[in-house]
Design a protein around this ligand. Structure first.
Ligand SMILES: *Cc1c(COP(=O)(O)O)cnc(C)c1O
Length: 364
């Protein structure tokens, strides 16, 4: 007899049973523009360096538990001391560990939707109460409404995402400063997710200071073309980095990952060239979508949110899949009725996408 026949199968936590996991459909297509990855892999010199590193690693030993060399390298790259750098397996793990440290049972987190789904999802899996408020009609966030929200909900952790996924929009410095002031008055922590920060004209990293309750979270997944490595980091005051020790699993960053994170930083120029290429293509794709009568939101990231001039955007999405082009159907997400999101790919991929769009819209 199986467990379920006996009725003895363990029950999932009630609050989790009601949730759905976080998934981005992985359909097999030629042109994949749905998860905001880099269209190009890292430079081949990096791959060769990594292979050489692999021969040096003491595989039978645990890795450096506090990833000292990696944190020094990241700190040098962003102009901060190593004591202000915390690394984890993707920025998602940084976010989860932040929530385990500062949110959790009996505490509230605050998001402004639409935004990255993992912020509220991880709030719930860590047992926090997630308050999700809406942005304005064009996805803007006024400093005034953010301040009121913080005052009335007294969140332990408040999230901003800049540039924001899925809208691509950048939070101005004045808004981040206003929200940070409000968060500090309420005794909370502001987390700014800058997964796409390198595509944007300014970074909240400039505001990080021992006296401020601010953590800026970044990743190697997008700009560094290393989504397959799973490495993210946070820039935050020393006291905050120290506080994270309590929830961090021992030796969570394997030796190879630490070596790869350091090696990547030797290729900053190649990375900058990739970012510049994506930004140029972003402007071309945005311009063409606007010509096709799509509503296009201004993006400071490597993707574009747009609304095609049709009733049913899911049909457009499906017809793109039929032509082996996969983008993200965001039309069922709260506040994103009618919208689709496309990642900026290589020049060829973008051209295939734009030609398919023109064709499909002509037939609609
Ligand atoms: C892609 C993305 C991440 C990246 O997560 P990793 O775990 O570092 O791959 C984090 N935040 C946002 C907003 C993203 O879009």
């Amino acid at each position: 007899m199986t467990n379920s026949e006996q009725g003895t199968r363990p029950t999932v936590r009630a609050d989790l049973a009601a949730m759905s996991g976080y998934h981005s459909p992985q359909v097999r297509v030629d042109v994949r523009l749905n998860t905001n990855e880099s269209p190009l892999g890292p430079p081949k010199e990096f791959v060769e360096q990594v292979l050489a590193e692999a021969k040096q690693i003491l595989w039978h030993r645990y890795p450096d538990r506090s990833a000292v060399a990696l944190r020094h390298a990241v700190g040098a790259a962003v102009g901060q001391s190593a004591s202000r750098i915390y690394c984890a397996n993707g920025s998602n793990e940084v976010l989860q560990n932040l929530l385990m440290t500062y949110a959790g049972a009996g505490r509230t987190t605050l998001t402004f939707e639409p935004t990255y789904a993992l912020h509220s999802h991880l709030s719930l899996t860590t047992g926090s109460t997630a308050v999700a408020l809406s942005r304005g009609t064009d996805f803007e966030l006024s400093a005034e409404s953010a301040r009121e929200a913080v005052d009335s909900h007294q969140p332990a952790v408040t999230f901003l995402c800049s540039p924001n996924n899925p809208t691509g929009m950048l939070e101005p410095r004045s808004t981040v400063e206003a929200v940070l002031d409000a968060v500090e008055s309420a005794g909370g922590l502001l987390v700014v997710d800058e997964a796409y920060g390198e595509f944007a004209p300014w970074s909240a990293t400039e505001l990080v200071d021992e006296s401020r309750s601010l953590a800026v979270v970044k990743t190697y997944s997008k700009t560094w073309a290393m989504a397959g490595v799973r490495l993210g980091y946070m820039i935050a005051p020393d006291w905050l980095v120290k506080a994270m020790e309590a929830v961090t699993l021992p030796y969570h960053l394997d030796s190879m990952k630490q070596a790869m994170g350091i090696a990547a930083l030797d290729h900053g120029e190649a990375m900058t060239a990739r970012v510049d290429g994506v930004k140029a293509e972003r402007n071309r794709v945005a311009g063409r979508l606007a010509e096709l009568d799509c509503r296009v939101w201004p993006s400071a990231a490597n993707f574009i949110l747009f609304r095609p001039p049709v009733e049913a955007p899911t049909d457009i999405w499906q017809r793109l899949v039929d032509r082996s082009v996969l983008i993200r159907d965001t039309s069922s997400w709260r506040g994103l009725e009618g919208c689709l999101r496309v990642t900026i790919g290589s020049t060829t991929e973008n051209s295939v996408f734009l030609a398919a769009m023109a064709d499909i819209l002509e037939q609609s």
